[in-house]
Design a protein around this ligand. Structure first.
Ligand SMILES: [Zn+2]
Length: 197
């Protein structure tokens, strides 16, 4: 915690003054262009890997970058998606998976999640991704990571706000996979958008 306190002090002292004008504008303006949905993994930092400024990205981070399909009960993810698309009017949504994802590894390798019931329940949102992943052995995790990004794009499209924006052609969905050791981003092909539309 000391590191965080020291970080805040450094931010105020060394970083904030150079961006004071930006923060003054942002104080009364919230108009991000992109909804970025990534994994909670500490190694995947949306603003860093896209070199975005404060105010650019509306961010949702969940374990395994999972987006539950639209349902009657709603949830925090659905609320954030709806707000970003229907109120903020983002024009792009990125779902970003990543290499060595703990959630995808647990699923690909069939880890026992009995002691982690909340994790086990949450990862059920990746059931379709797992069902579609036919790779075996060492490739299975990376294949599942990719399949999962596509499945979450399809889940996204079931949210009424997203479906509406897609029908009006005011929103574009993107599937990314970030590779931690090389810092590269692979853009998945057109299949997710086609599936989603
Ligand atoms: Zn992850």
């Amino acid at each position: 915690m000391h590191d965080l306190t020291e970080g805040v002090a450094r931010f105020r002292r060394d970083v904030f003054p150079a961006k004071a004008d930006l923060f003054a504008t942002l104080a009364g303006t919230h108009r991000p262009g992109t909804l970025f949905i990534g994994c909670s993994d500490a190694r995947v930092v949306p603003e860093l890997i896209t070199q975005s400024e404060p105010g650019d990205l509306f961010v949702i981070r969940t374990a395994g970058n999972l987006v539950p399909a639209h349902g009657p009960a709603g949830d925090g993810v659905a609320a954030s998606v709806e707000y970003a698309v229907a109120v903020l009017g983002v024009t792009d949504v990125v779902v970003c998976g990543h290499s060595a994802c703990g959630a995808m590894t647990a699923l690909a390798e069939g880890h026992d999640l009995e002691g982690l019931p909340a994790v086990g329940d949450w990862l059920r949102h990746a059931d379709a991704s797992r069902a579609r992943t036919t790779a075996t052995g060492g490739d299975r995790v990376s294949a599942l990571v990719r399949e999962n990004v596509r499945a979450q794009l399809a889940n996204l499209a079931t949210h009424p706000s997203v479906a509406r924006a897609l029908a009006r052609h005011t929103l574009t969905l993107h599937g990314w996979v970030y590779d931690i050791p090389t810092g590269t981003v692979e853009e998945l092909g057109a299949r997710p958008a086609a599936t989603a539309a």
